[in-house]
Design a protein around this ligand. Sequence first.
Ligand code: FES
Length: 121
Amino acid sequence: MVSEKTSGIISGTSDSSRFEPPWHYATEESGLKEGNLHLVEIDGKGILFIKKEDQIYAFSNTCPHARCPLDRGTLEAHVLKCICHGRRFDIRTGECLNDSLELKKVEWKLEGGKIGVKIEE
Ligand code: FES
C-alpha cells in the first residue's frame, strides 16, 4: 500500500506493476513539484522525495538526530531544515551542516514516468 502527501493532499495508489521486489512503486515523476517536500509511505516506511533544479532526491523521512519527520521541515535552496531541533542538511550530499549526522539516502529509479524505490525487507 502506497500513500502520498504533497502540500497537504493525501492520495492512495497501488500501481506496482512495473517493479519487482525489492523495488516498490513509489510515485509518478510528474507528481513531484519543484521544491516541495513530497512524502510517500510504503508499508509504513516514509520516503521523502525532493525535486530541486530537475534533480530528484529520496531519503528516509526520519531525521537522523531524534527521528522527527523531515517532511514537516522546510527547504531553502538545497538545505533541508528539520522542524524539531533545526539540524540543516544539504540534500545534494545528505550531510548535516551542524554535525556529523547524515540523511539516509533511498535508492530510486525511473521507469516510464514512474518512480520505484528499493526497500530491503
Ligand atoms: S530530530 Fe531533526 S534536528 Fe532533532
